[in-house]
Ligand binder design. Sequence first.
Ligand code: ATP
Length: 857
Amino acid sequence: MAQPTTPPRPNTIRRNTERTEPRQPRMMRDKASVNGSRLPSFNWGAALDRWFTDQRFTLTLGVLLMVLAVGLLVAFVSYLINGNADQSTVDAGMGQSLAESATETRNWLGLAGAAVAHVFVFRWFGVGALALPVIVFLAGAKLTFRRELLPLQRTTAGLLFAAVWCSLVLGYVVLTTDSAETASVWCGGIGYETNVALYGLFGWGNLALIGFLLFSFVVYFFDVRNLKMPDFSAQRPTKRRYTDDSTFQTFDESEQTDEPENDEAPETADQTPQKYATPIAETPTEIQPNQVSNQPIETPLPDVVTQSSGVAFSVKNRDAISDEPDSEVDVMPTPAFEPDPFEDDDLVAIHGLYDPTLDLPQYQYPTNNLLTDYPNSRKGSVSDDELTANKERIENTLRNFGIEIDSIQASIGPTVTLYEIVPAKGVRISKIKSLEDDIALSLSALGIRIIAPMPGQGTIGIEVPNKNREMVSMRSMITSEVFSNSKFDLPVVLGKTISNEIYIADLAKMPHLLMAGATGQGKSVGLNVLLTSLIYKKHPSQLKLVLVDPKKVELTLFNKLERHFLAKLPDSEEPIITDTKKVVNTLNSLCIEMDNRYNLLKDAGCRNLKEYNAKFVKRRLNPEKGHRFLPYIVLIIDELADLMMTAGKEVEQPVARLAQLARAIGIHLVVATQRPSVNVITGLIKANFPARLSFKVTSKIDSRTILDTGGAEQLVGMGDMLLSSNSDIIRLQCPFVDTNEIEELCDFVGNQRGYEAAYALPEFVGDEGGQGDDKDVDLDNRDPMFDEAARLIVIHQQGSTSLIQRKLKLGYNRAGRLVDQLEAAKIVGPFEGSKARDVLVTDLQTLEEMLKRLKRE
Ligand SMILES: Nc1ncnc2c1ncn2[C@@H]1O[C@H](COP(=O)(O)OP(=O)(O)OP(=O)(O)O)[C@@H](O)[C@H]1O
């Protein structure tokens, strides 16, 4: 038997099942394979995780805790009433029989109640012990109803402090009134003993210490940072949320946050609306956009809130206030010299960082048990017989062709086993590569892939499919440490590598993904895996999905996420886009969103979305100037081929434009197709998708189209795939997630409180609206901005709606109408899909003459 230090014997086979684990000494590995006794190790961590996340377990535990809380309350109250009588019984403890003690106990919950209460009430907290049942009850309720009645952590901290503090105050009173005999049960041991210990030192100063303790707690608990004098003339800041398009509610800040009432000067409307809308109302009010009244809210909080209270509020509120000077809104005038509060560091000091997740503060991330645990997933391990047989066949085949090898090492992956061969000295690698087909034939298995040489190693790899493959469950990916601890912005699980490592990528860095694969090879499952990873990791305020599904059936289940994660055109009814015309409009709308976001970034002086959001979170960007927290947008297109067939350039151009420019502003594309031919994956699209993934395809040509190399035609299907990223090719097994798992996940998210509607993308007037049939356009009724828009277009020689929109600060609809009028006046040419229109007037002088003529007519 070989010793660990001995160099590998020629032609020996070694298993390498788990690269992630430290490698065993050779001796042990050989032993394991000789005996053939590879015992499956039981995963205690996963079993415990399963147990604790099982909803039946949490429900049972929750109810148990609530019952326990009631029991503790009864025991404590009873002890406070009868405690003096029970003390001696409990203290007598082991000195007498249990039955004897039990009969003597006066506690309503018998000896057990008296004993527990004796510890918590008498020895520790006194009357403050009553905090304990409240904490236990809240914890039980959280487990039972899966929502918090009160913020558990914060309430627990507050109650524990209250218990100790009460004990200290009462301890002081008991000590100074010399009533320990009768009243020590009320203050408990902590309060009494502490006061006794300190009284000798400080005397009545104890009270000052206790008072200071309270002060320090308040400072930290409520994050008080200064003691400015309260301005009683100030009106209280209010916070508002829309209930529907026409009305919105404001509600008192103090209802929502645990912060102390803000005693700062009144905030003006140009401060971030998460904390304050406008100092309009003293009391909770329901406000019509054009009129503000002081009626208290009678309706409870709406079941929905707007996308980002930041964005929506600032827009609507601006309309309500600035467009209606005579309205009843009493806006506090802002003196001209007053500094922009958004340049004032104090905002964070006063209100803390902006938290986008407060849009949906009670949102619960999906739990692991929504996904199925496939217990037999590791069943497909490769037997020693299979390994030895393959090894011998590889050796024999190579020997038949005159190739000698030094050693073979096997790495068993979930779908294929990689045999790494160290050829004998003098053997040319190209010779082995040229024998690819012969080796495949002799191993009589599909899916042999030869990697010669293995990048970074002096070996040759031969991948042979396993007879029984391992099912990689999505649950095992989600529960893995790498995924749970991943700090990626948009973490997506892609699968398991040949060495059984979990492969996670950051979509934000990829920054787009092109996916191909013949029908039935796992593309839809792959898209579901990607969506599942994102939904597990992101809060609805941080991520929006635009789902395009020309096949109409693949992504329907995600409908339920409409009010949480989906984004769509404002006039569109279906949250999942299936109609080609709507797809074109949506893509163009995303281009407008991209332009808008670039403008916001420019104004903010930021280079990318991360910097921008970080600045917004620090309250350095003013929502009144259009700034808002920008969620990531992930566009998923399931089946590009259909779209390219029907809309060609109209789809290609915006897709390419988005792929080219959108990475910095947080729009990422995942585009899938079953036909990876050059007329679907055009050069323009391909050039802008550096990360590409291929499931099994039907021909080497298809493989080349998608990956720039062959190999994908030799995959074995069912989620077996090749990922090409930064010129590396990695073979992965995609995890499996079934439709009913997706259904459970979407139900879990969809049944929670969501936004009032899907995230609204900017309006885009498609070709029907933008075609500009000049017969319908009345040039006598020109837009007041007509001349200005015409000059702009001619100066820039660019007939684009978004240029007008940006430079003249107009809404999309109005800019669209202006372009129609410009077309009717023959200043710009007709609509040409997503391309900018031709400008028909070449210089300003000609334009001015045209404008004069128009005025005379
Ligand atoms: N990762 C995987 N692990 C195990 N089995 C898989 C995996 N992916 C797909 N399969 C199997 O292959 C079948 C087809 O997968 P899928 O529906 O994703 O194919 P597709 O490429 O989207 O096909 P189409 O283009 O026709 O929609 C699945 O029903 C499943 O049985």
